[in-house]
Design a protein around this ligand. Structure first.
Ligand SMILES: NC(=O)c1ccc[n+]([C@@H]2O[C@H](COP(=O)([O-])OP(=O)(O)OC[C@H]3O[C@@H](n4cnc5c(N)ncnc54)[C@H](OP(=O)(O)O)[C@@H]3O)[C@@H](O)[C@H]2O)c1
Length: 249
């Protein structure tokens, strides 16, 4: 299936936002709608999808599914691209993570199921889809947490490290194919959503600001970006910090 931009009228560009029921995904879906996209919206909480759909019924197209059900996810995405008439941009904002200082495996498994298995299933499906149509843009919300291990949420940080590494692999795969496929890895710091958990949080950014900056990154087709920009400095420090010093802070 080949989908082409046909100008700047509403719906000429087609996007899917996975995890549009709340937080960054929801706000980004609204920003994309304002910028002329037809937007497929997903998440498990169908009532929240309906609520968003009602705000712009001609623009938002809902499809509710759980990303941990691999077969149903692919079937749902195939149904959704039929309804939207294609996909030029897929934003993967579904994610989960819990503080787990006592290392309960069930908590870790939830994170692995969503952020590792669910992520891989969707990233692979959309990569094959873009390869077939000859163009497309995959944007994934990873995290600055993926840069180092965490004593309190080890599976979360490890799952984000997995995503970061996987996306680098997909970037290289796209480059080798010489196709117009862009892979963007957005690494937020702390954003004011249900996901920002723990004590002593700082530089927690409003979700509107995060979504605005993420949209600017999407337009620029950057490969990797920190949001907000000041978190880029934290990322640099985290990357440079020797292990012995990291273990002490
Ligand atoms: N907030 C932060 O400080 C922060 C920092 C760095 C990175 N991030 C990343 O940004 C992304 C978005 O998080 P957020 O802050 O916007 O949190 P959020 O408000 O909790 O949003 C998470 C989204 O993921 C969806 N989701 C979770 N589990 C799912 C499942 N099993 N099946 C389908 N959808 C599922 C949720 O939808 P349903 O519950 O309706 O299914 C929701 O729409 C995540 O990947 C997160 O790791 C966030």
């Amino acid at each position: 299936m080949t989908t082409r931009f046909v100008g700047n009228t509403i719906g000429s560009k087609k996007a899917i936002v996975i995890g549009a029921t709340s937080g960054i995904g929801r706000k980004l879906a609204e920003v994309l709608a304002k910028n002329g996209y037809l937007v497929g919206i997903t998440g498990r909480r169908s009532s929240l999808l309906s609520e968003l759909e009602k705000t712009l019924p001609e623009v938002f197209i809902p499809e509710s599914f759980d990303v941990t059900d691999m077969k149903n996810t692919v079937e749902s995405l195939e149904r959704l691209v039929q309804k939207t008439g294609g996909c030029d941009l897929l934003v993967l904002s579904s994610g989960t993570g819990d503080l787990n200082p006592t290392l309960e495996f069930d908590l870790e498994k939830d994170t692995i199921d969503v952020n590792v298995a669910g992520f891989t299933n969707i990233a692979d499906w959309i990569f094959r889809y873009f390869k077939h149509q000859g163009h497309g843009h995959l944007v994934v919300l990873t995290s600055i947490g993926g840069l180092r291990g965490s004593p309190d949420a080890p599976a979360y940080n490890a799952s984000k490290a997995y995503q970061i590494n996987y996306l680098e692999g997909l970037q290289k795969k796209a480059a080798l194919l010489h196709q117009d496929i862009t892979i963007t890895d957005i690494r937020p710091g702390l954003v004011d959503t249900a996901m920002a958990k723990g004590d002593g949080l700082f530089w927690v950014m409003p979700v509107e600001k995060a979504a605005r900056q993420i949209y600017a990154v999407i337009k620029s087709k950057k490969r990797v970006a920190y949001v907000t920009r000041r978190w880029g400095m934290v990322a640099l420090a985290l990357r440079l910090l020797p292990r012995w010093m990291y273990n002490r802070i």
